[in-house]
Design a protein around this ligand. Structure first.
Ligand code: MIC
Ligand code: SF4
Length: 645
C-alpha cells in the first residue's frame, strides 16, 4: 500500500515509535513559531532548560496578539521577547509585521517540513504541504531545544475534492461544510488530507483558509499536497528553492474517505456560539447586522482583501454598519496600499486596523449589546468578542463585504455570477523582511520588566491528598472559558495574577475558593462533560489551575492540545469509565486519594470514592506521559533528563 502525504512527512521525521495509527510516536521538529501571548512563557521555559541556543532549522517569534499596549505590560513582554530571541538564535517578527500564521506561510514555511507552533492555528502551514501542529508553549520550548514532539500516530481522513467552486462561493464555505459534516467533536487523533482534482485547483491562500480552520475540527492537523500551485506561490514569494513536490501515492492508504464536490457547496455561516453550528446563508439571509469584521489568520490574505476591495469599490457601506478590516500581514497591507485597493476600502467607509489578531481575540471592536457581528475569523465562542450578549456569525470575506453594503446578511449566490470579482494571484508578492529581526551572533542583555514572572515549576506528583470537586461544567468547555483572553491576556507572563481569572466567566468564586482550599491542604478536581479544553493552545489553561491547586480533571472526553498541556503541568486527565458517573458528581463532593504514584505507574484506571459512589476513571496518558506526570510536569522531566545525559 502506498503512502499519504501525511505519512511520508511523518516517516521522514520519525525518531521514536512505530508509525501505526494510535501508537505514540516522537517526531523531529524542523521549524517552530510562537506568538507573544504564548511566547513569553515558552521562552521563559526555554531559558529554564539551560540550553544555550535553539537547535531547529528556524524558530520565529511573532508579535501579533497583544499589540494594543494599554499599560506597560505588553510593551515589556515585547522587549523581553526581542532581547531574549536575539540571544538564543530566534528570529523576531515585530508588532505590525502581521499575524504569525499568515507571515510564516509567506516567508518561512517549507513543503515537507515539520512545524510546531504555540498556537492552535499552526496547521495553516498545511496549505503548503507541511505537517504543522499546534501545541503548548512548553512543547515548543522542548522542540526548540532539539527534543522530539510526541503525538499519537494519526488516522488520516482523505477529503477528496472534486468539481469547482462556483462564483461567490469561497474556501471558507468549504471548511464550514467540513465542520458541518465532522463537527468539532470526536476527531481527536486524526489528520485531514485534502486530495483530488478539486484540491489541485485551489490556490495556496484558499488551501490555507481550509487548513487554518481545520483546527476547529479538533484534528491534529490538515494538509494539502505540495504541487505546481505550491511552487507558483513560493516562486511569487521569491522562495522557489524551498519547494519540493510531495504528492500522495496513487494507492495511498487512508482510514476513511469523504467525497466533497466543490460545485455543490453553497455559502455558509457558523452561528453562535460554536464553529460547527453551521447553516446555509440562504436560510439566514435578511438578518439585521450591526458589525462586520474582516481579517484574522483565516481570511486576510492578498486574495481575500482584493476580493473585498473589488466588492466595495465605488460603493458606500450601510450607515448602520461598522466595518472593520485588518490585513493579515504587512505584505498584504503594503500591496493593497500600493495598488490602490486600500483607497477603495477606505472610501467605502471601512475602519482600518493594524495587521494583527485584534478583534479575533477580543482585543477591541467588541460588538454592541445583543449586536450581530459577521466575522471572517475561525472562532465564535460565547463572550470571545468581548460582548457576552453578542451573536457572532463566521462567514466568507465575500459574504461579509456584501452584507456590510446592505446592512443585513446577504446570500452571495443571489448576485449574478458575472459580477464575481475573481482575483488573480500576483506573479510577485512584495517582499520586505525588514521587520523580521534576525538573531545576534552572541549574547545580548535580556530586558525583564516587572510583568515578567518566573517560569512555573511544579512539584512531583503527590501520592496522597484530600480532594474536592471544585467545579462541575458541561460539554465543550473551551480554553476561553478556563482562561479568558481579551483584556486579561496581558497578564500571561505573570502566573499569580493571571490565575485570579481562572473560570472567571463560569464561576467568579472559583479562583479564590480553590486557592483557599490549597492553603488548607485540600486539592481540587474539575468534573466535565465531552470535549473538555477545546479551542486554543493556551497552556495557561493548565498552568493557572495547577497554580491554584487543581490536580485532576475528570471528563467524558478531552481535546488533544489541552490534554498535552494538563500533563505538561502535572494535572491528571481522567476519563469516566462509565460516562453516567458524571451525573453522580456534585460540586463540593469530597474524596481521599491514596497511593496515587503507584497507580499512575502501574494501573490503567484509578477508583475514587466520592459521596459514597465508586467512580472509575481511565488515566489518559501514555507510558512516557506517566513519567512526566510523576515528575510533576514536562519542565521537571526535561531538566531531569538533561542532567542524566
Ligand atoms: C486563539 O485564537 O484562541 C489564540 C489566542 O490564538 C490561541 C493562542 C493563545 O491563547 O494565545 C490559540 O489559538 O492557540
Ligand atoms: Fe490570532 Fe485569531 Fe488567528 Fe488566534 S485565531 S492566531 S487570535 S487571528
Amino acid at each position: 500500500m502506498g503512502s499519504s502525504v501525511t505519512y511520508k512527512i511523518l516517516g521522514n521525521h520519525l525518531v521514536e515509535g512505530e508509525l501505526s495509527p494510535g501508537r505514540e510516536i516522537g517526531i523531529r521538529i524542523d521549524q517552530t513559531l510562537t506568538q507573544d501571548a504564548t511566547g513569553t512563557m515558552a521562552y521563559l521555559q526555554f531559558e529554564a532548560m539551560g540550553i544555550p541556543r535553539v537547535m531547529t532549522e528556524i524558530s520565529v517569534s511573532y508579535v501579533d496578539h497583544n499589540t494594543l499596549q494599554m499599560g506597560f505590560e505588553n510593551a515589556d513582554d515585547h522587549r523581553y521577547l526581542q532581547t531574549m530571541n536575539s540571544s538564543f538564535g530566534i528570529h523576531y517578527s515585530k508588532a505590525g509585521n502581521g499575524i504569525c500564521h499568515q507571515v510564516h506561510l509567506e516567508r518561512f514555511g517549507r513543503p515537507g517540513a515539520t512545524l510546531l507552533g504555540s498556537d492552535s492555528h499552526t496547521p495553516t502551514g498545511g496549505g503548503i504541504g507541511m505537517v504543522a501542529i499546534g501545541a503548548g508553549g512548553l512543547d515548543v520550548a522542548v522542540a526548540m531545544g532539539g527534543g522530539a514532539f510526541y503525538l499519537s500516530a494519526p488516522r488520516v481522513i482523505n477529503a477528496r475534492l472534486t468539481g469547482k467552486l462556483r462564483p461567490w462561493v469561497s474556501a471558507k464555505d468549504v471548511i464550514l461544510k467540513m465542520l458541518e459534516v465532522l463537527t468539532t467533536r470526536g476527531n481527536v487523533g486524526c489528520v485531514i488530507e485534502y486530495t483530488g482534482p478539486g484540491a489541485a485547483a485551489l490556490t495556496v491562500p484558499e488551501r490555507a483558509t481550509i487548513t487554518n480552520m481545520g483546527a476547529e475540527l479538533g484534528v491534529t492537523t490538515s494538509v494539502f499536497p505540495s504541487d505546481a500551485e505550491t511552487k507558483r506561490f513560493l516562486a511569487a514569494q521569491g522562495r522557489e528553492a524551498s519547494w519540493t513536490e510531495i504528492l500522495p501515492d496513487p494507492d495511498a492508504e487512508y482510514d476513511r474517505t469523504i467525497e466533497i464536490n466543490l460545485s455543490d457547496i453553497v455559502p455558509m455561516a457558523a452561528c453562535p456560539h460554536s464553529p460547527d453550528n453551521v447553516k446555509r446563508i440562504s436560510e439566514l439571509k435578511g438578518m439585521k447586522i450591526e458589525q462586520v469584521a474582516i481579517g484574522s489568520c483565516t481570511n486576510s490574505s492578498y486574495r481575500d482583501l482584493m476580493t473585498v476591495a473589488e466588492i466595495l469599490k465605488g460603493k458606500k457601506i450601510n450607515p448602520g454598519i461598522s466595518l472593520i478590516i485588518a490585513p493579515g500581514s504587512r505584505q498584504v497591507f503594503e500591496m493593497i496600499s500600493r495598488n490602490g485597493a486600500l483607497a477603495d476600502i477606505i472610501s467605502s467607509g471601512a475602519r482600518i486596523m493594524e495587521s494583527a489578531c485584534g478583534f479575533c481575540i477580543g482585543a477591541g471592536q467588541a460588538p454592541c449589546t445583543e449586536g450581530v457581528s459577521l466575522r471572517t475569523n475561525n472562532r465564535n465562542f460565547e463572550g470571545r468578542s468581548g460582548t457576552d450578549s453578542a451573536g457572532i456569525y463566521l462567514v466568507s470575506p465575500e459574504a461579509a463585504a456584501l452584507s456590510a453594503l446592505r446592512g443585513e446578511l446577504v446570500d452571495p449566490l443571489d448576485l449574478p455570477a458575472g459580477e464575481y470579482p475573481s482575483v488573480a494571484m500576483p506573479e510577485k508578492f512584495h517582499v520586505d523582511d525588514s521587520m523580521i529581526i534576525p538573531p545576534a551572533d552572541g549574547k545580548t542583555e535580556i530586558f525583564r520588566g516587572p510583568n515578567i514572572g518566573d517560569p512555573p515549576f511544579t512539584d512531583p506528583l503527590m501520592d496522597s491528598f484530600e480532594g474536592v470537586i471544585g467545579l462541575k461544567v458541561g460539554d465543550k468547555i473551551t480554553t476561553d472559558h478556563i482562561m479568558p483572553a481579551g483584556q486579561r491576556l496581558k497578564y500571561r507572563s505573570n502566573i499569580p495574577k493571571y490565575s485570579e481569572f481562572v473560570f472567571e466567566n463560569v464561576d467568579g468564586g472559583f479562583a479564590g475558593r480553590t486557592l483557599e482550599n490549597k492553603k488548607a491542604g485540600v486539592f481540587t478536581a474539575i468534573a466535565a462533560g465531552q470535549s473538555y479544553g477545546q479551542g486554543s493552545s493556551r497552556e495557561h489553561a493548565a498552568i493557572c489551575p495547577m497554580y491554584l491547586g487543581v490536580r485532576m480533571v475528570m471528563a467524558k472526553s478531552f481535546e488533544r492540545i489541552h490534554t498535552g498541556n494538563l500533563i505538561n503541568f502535572g494535572i491528571l486527565p481522567l476519563v469516566f469509565v462509565n460516562p453516567g458517573d458524571y451525573d453522580l458528581l456534585k460540586p463540593g463532593g469530597r474524596f481521599s486519594v491514596k497511593g496515587l504514584r503507584k497507580t499512575v505507574q502501574k494501573e490503567e484506571t484509578v477508583t475514587l470514592k466520592i459521596d459514597g459512589n465508586d467512580i472509575m476513571l481511565n488515566i489518559l496518558a501514555t507510558a512516557r506521559q506517566r513519567e512526566i506526570l510523576l515528575d510533576g510536569g514536562l519542565l521537571n522531566f526535561t531538566k531531569n533528563r538533561i542532567k542524566h545525559r
